[in-house]
Write a protein that binds this ligand. Structure first.
Ligand code: SF4
Ligand code: SF4
Ligand code: SF4
Length: 204
């Protein structure tokens, strides 16, 4: 299965920094959004754990310097996430509609959005836990709502010894050992690899 690599994270730096001089690079952002929307229909948040450039940046770069604290529960609430989704998407749409359709101006809006959200992800990732931003990222919320119930993690109860090693490695800080639906699982498979009894796996 495809696994996230450190090299994908370089794309975030290129778009956020080089994009300030070459705004055309900002168009990577709608391309990423299109891909994650399509994959979310059948795989939920699979894109977040396997193909997202910012996810890679967070895992491999921020992961080295994080304080690794508990992500506040409030950030996982739809009451927080949906307003953030509406605010950020509304703001971006408003800005685009005010550009008179100029290619470079629109590209620069995507670049600035990428830069600002990556800066927020960086601060939260270092100060709290690497995937804190991914807890309420509008694109994570969109995938959660579209296909959160798809491609679920399965637990074979008879094999589980309740060691909770799966919980400890989960970057989204989910209660992995509980056999409930996990719409915010990013399908990174770290829990599967960590389980000593092979009690975990994904449905097709
Ligand atoms: S939540 Fe957002 S930033 Fe995080 S991996 Fe998913 S799409 Fe990327
Ligand atoms: S790591 Fe495996 S055995 Fe341990 S609690 Fe999780 S599912 Fe159960
Ligand atoms: S439940 Fe497992 S696959 Fe899902 S995010 Fe947590 S560690 Fe990754």
């Amino acid at each position: 299965m495809l696994k996230i690599t450190p090299y994908l994270g370089i794309l975030v730096v290129i778009v956020s920094i080089v994009g300030l001089w070459y705004p055309i690079l900002g168009y990577m952002m709608p391309l990423v959004i299109l891909i994650l929307m399509v994959t979310s229909v059948s795989k939920g948040r699979w894109f977040c754990g396997n193909l997202c450039p910012r996810g890679s940046f967070i895992d491999f770069w921020i992961g080295k310097v994080t304080k690794n604290k508990k992500i506040p529960k409030s950030l996982k609430s739809y009451w927080v996430r949906i307003p953030i989704f509406v605010l950020l998407m509304g703001f971006m749409t408003y800005r685009i509609l005010n550009t008179q359709g100029l290619i470079n101006q629109i590209g620069m809006i995507f670049v600035i959005m990428c830069l600002v959200t990556t800066a927020i992800a960086l601060v939260l990732g270092v100060g709290i836990s690497p995937r804190t931003w991914c807890t309420f990222c509008p694109m994570g919320t969109a995938q959660n709502l579209i296909g959160g119930k798809k491609h679920q993690l399965q637990i074979i109860d008879s094999k589980c010894i309740s060691c909770k090693k799966c919980d400890k490695v989960c970057p989204m800080q989910l209660d992995v050992h509980k056999g409930e639906i996990k719409p915010d699982c990013i399908k990174c498979e770290r829990c599967v690899d960590a389980c000593p009894t092979k009690a975990l796996g994904f449905e097709a």
